[in-house]
Design a protein around this ligand. Structure first.
Ligand SMILES: Cc1cc2nc3c(=O)[nH]c(=O)nc-3n(C[C@H](O)[C@H](O)[C@H](O)COP(=O)(O)O)c2cc1C
Length: 337
């Protein structure tokens, strides 16, 4: 089996063995999830945007001990202050990724700490800016993505545009990818690797509510919506979620803006002693009580390919084997053509 050269370039840069990256799925990206993904040969990542410096340093240090010498990354959403970035770099995080912003000074700071830098982009203009700012890896996020979405462009359109301007920088494709076949498709279109968020949300190690995971298993692509419905804590930001009771009631009311949304001000779930209001952008965690299915249930269009909640390591191994077999048969077809 020969690894396609653009895939080999990504693996050489990041140290992962398989072209599978676990997306930073907010608080669902537990250290256990990152560890399982990395041990199985993928690249796992923490979402540290909302962590204090002490919390960020503790998580990075714990992962460095759990994964000696292995790569993993920490993500920061630059729309927010990202108070843990310096601490994560000081704790020797091997790689950082930035999204919702391109900041040459922070990229240079990460490079001074010997960290590799990935930048998520949603347009070819964003890709050009990220390259000029010094990104080592581009993450091309299509509009199919679950969670907050930078892009308005389908991945099949965006990916070749980003690859065309990326030069020798690896491009990781994100958005709607939840099967080995989908991974092979985007690699054939020029992606050096893939970033999967929704698929990893439906794993045992992800800190998501069990009802959310079950809803992902049951859903199809058409059960998702690209919307600004759940925008408390991040006003006007677009995201992709499951069309649940809160969403359909809001849609039926004509998609009014705050404070005129149906059920505005209701507590939709309670978790760790805190109330979370309907339309808040926080998905329910494992311990949420109340109406977790009425909360913000992030999901990308790849949900139709999710048919079980499994251990993350098993998922990476299974997808990895199918992807490597796909590389071999593509090579065999080239040789015999
Ligand atoms: C529950 C959830 C939370 C997410 N949180 C973040 C985040 O904190 N930072 C970020 O850059 N992207 C975040 N994303 C987006 C992912 O980085 C990625 O672009 C997306 O999951 C890819 O699409 P997919 O979900 O269809 O695989 C999140 C996605 C999900 C599903």
């Amino acid at each position: 089996m020969t690894m396609p050269p653009h895939v080999a370039a990504l693996l050489a840069l990041t140290g992962q063995r398989l072209p599978i990256v676990q997306a930073p799925i907010e608080s669902a990206a537990t250290p256990e999830l990152v560890t399982a993904v990395c041990r199985a040969g993928g690249l796992g990542g923490l979402a540290l945007t909302w962590d204090s410096p002490d919390e960020a340093a503790a998580k990075v240090t714990a992962l460095r001990h759990a994964l000696p010498g292995a790569a993993f990354f920490a993500n920061f959403v630059l729309h927010f202050p990202c108070e843990g970035l310096e601490a994560a770099l000081d704790a020797d995080v091997p790689m950082v990724t930035f999204s919702f912003g391109i900041d040459a000074a922070r990229i240079a700071r990460a490079h001074r700490a010997d960290a590799k830098v990935g930048v998520q982009v949603g347009s070819v203009e964003g890709a050009r800016l990220a390259i000029a700012a010094g990104a080592d890896v581009l993450i091309a996020q299509g509009v199919e993505a679950g969670g907050h979405v930078q892009s308005t462009t389908p991945l099949a359109t965006l990916l070749p545009q980003v690859v065309a301007v990326a030069g020798d920088r690896p491009v990781v494709a994100a958005g709607g990818i939840a099967s080995a076949a989908a991974i092979l498709r985007v690699i054939a279109d020029g992606a050096a690797g893939t970033m999967l968020g929704t698929r990893f949300l439906a794993t045992r190690e992800a800190a998501a509510h069990s009802d959310h995971k079950a809803a992902l298993v049951a859903a199809k692509a058409e059960d998702t919506a690209f919307t600004n419905c759940f925008d408390i804590d991040w006003p006007h930001a677009m995201h992709r979620v499951l069309r649940n009771s809160t969403f359909t009631a809001w849609e039926a009311a004509g998609s009014p803006q705050p404070p005129h949304r149906p059920g505005e001000g209701d507590v939709v779930f309670r978790q760790n002693g805190a109330d979370h209001l309907r339309y808040c952008d926080m998905p329910p965690g494992p311990d949420a009580i109340g109406d977790p299915l009425g909360a913000c249930l992030y999901a990308g269009t790849g949900v139709g390919d999710i048919d079980s909640v499994e251990a993350a390591g098993d998922l990476v191994v299974r997808f990895g084997a199918e992807v490597l077999a796909g590389f071999s048969s593509a090579q065999h077809e080239r040789v015999t053509a």
